[in-house]
Design a protein around this ligand. Structure first.
Ligand code: NAX
Length: 330
């Protein structure tokens, strides 16, 4: 057996974690040979609920689960962590403005960025799930000066998986037969799910669908899918979000399949003329534990307009938290 790796999860008593932790402990993230230690972070009012989750994890007697720690202190939860999944965040309360939500979560993620900087393994990979995920990743990375920004990403895999499944349904094929889906930008209703480069059984998917379906059905359906799940289920996506978190972190750590890519929000290096420094979703390939933004894709005017809209939203979000990031950095 290999030495255990340490996986920190925040918001560990929440809905997504209730699906996520059991799959990590079962070996779905890093494979059936890799023991894991779960380091769980919660806020004090949720520690009792977390105790119940830990009891259930123990009751599963997972062969790969080598230990569990719980804490309400980010430094303790991130100590020597090889992977960190930042799921916990403050939900939008009644009458709360989007700007307030950005600021409240900004405070959480700046503190967690500092704690990762000071306590995590130097090679830690950090996946931000908690919303607003892209800007939270931007804040956490900005507060971790000793870590590289390429060690942070925000989750876009749920959007990517939704888009892949939706296109496959339209074409009447299995979703495994779709490759090279791309979702650009922010994890929000401005995201741009893009089938321009997608292949369906190796053929150009764009040639198989009508423009009207694309513009009036596909793009809005993916942008609004989270809201549709809430409307139907009375609660936000949890199991599918956990599955996407596993998919994104696993592919980042172990590599993307040959001849395919995934969508991942990472620190922009200026590719596709997206402002450097924003945490923007690009198509990426991964190998050796690193991601590489896919280069030189042809971008139509139709796509460019949509990529700009979601970039502008990220710029606005960054403006809303600017003071906080500057204060923390100074
Ligand atoms: P829940 O409200 O069920 O759980 C969140 C948990 O985080 C709670 O147990 C809470 O006590 C904890 N928490 C709050 N502040 C914390 C802090 N400072 N440190 C540690 N833990 C803290 O939400 P859940 O349904 O699990 O969703 C979690 C987050 O994922 C939300 O922000 C949600 O909006 C976001 N999502 C992101 C998605 C994405 O694709 N990026 C999709 C699914 C989901 O909507």
């Amino acid at each position: 057996m290999q030495a255990p790796v340490r996986i920190a999860v925040t918001g560990a008593a929440g809905n997504i974690s209730y699906a996520l932790l059991f799959r990590i402990a079962a070996g779905d993230l890093l494979g059936g040979e890799q023991p894991v230690i779960l380091q769980l972070l919660e806020i004090p009012p949720a520690m009792e609920a977390l105790r119940g989750v830990v009891m259930e994890l123990e009751d599963c007697a997972f062969p790969l689960l080598a230990g569990i720690t719980t804490s309400d202190d980010a430094g303790a939860a991130f100590a020597d962590a090889d992977y960190a999944l930042l799921v916990g965040s403050k939900p939008r309360g009644p009458g709360m403005e989007r700007g307030d939500l950005l600021k409240d979560n900004g405070a959480i993620f700046s503190g967690q960025g500092r704690a990762l900087n000071d306590h995590a393994a130097r090679s830690v990979k950090v996946l931000v799930v908690g919303n607003p995920a892209n800007t939270n990743a931007f804040i956490a990375a900005a507060n971790a000066p000793d870590l590289d920004r390429s060690q942070f990403s925000a989750m876009m895999r749920l959007d990517h998986n939704r888009a892949t499944a939706h296109l496959a349904q339209k074409l009447g094929i299995h979703h495994a037969d779709i490759r090279k889906m791309a979702v650009w930008g922010n994890h929000s209703a401005t995201q741009y799910p893009d089938i321009s480069h997608a292949l369906a059984k190796g053929e150009r998917a764009r040639d198989m669908v009508e423009s009207q379906w694309l513009e009036e059905h596909f793009i809005p359906a993916i942008q609004q899918r989270g809201a549709a799940v809430i409307k139907a289920r009375g609660a936000s996506s949890a199991a599918s979000a956990a599955a996407a978190a596993i998919d994104q972190m696993r592919d980042w750590a172990l590599g993307t399949p040959p001849d395919d890519w995934i969508s991942m929000a990472v620190c922009s290096d200026g590719s596709y003329d997206i402002e450097p420094g924003l945490f923007y979703s690009f198509p990426v390939t991964c190998d050796g534990g690193r991601y590489h933004i896919v280069r030189d894709l042809d971008i139509s005017d139709f796509s460019r307009r949509r990529m700009r809209i979601t970039e502008r939203e990220l710029q606005e979000e960054r403006e809303a938290v600017k003071g906080l990031v500057q204060v923390v950095q100074s």
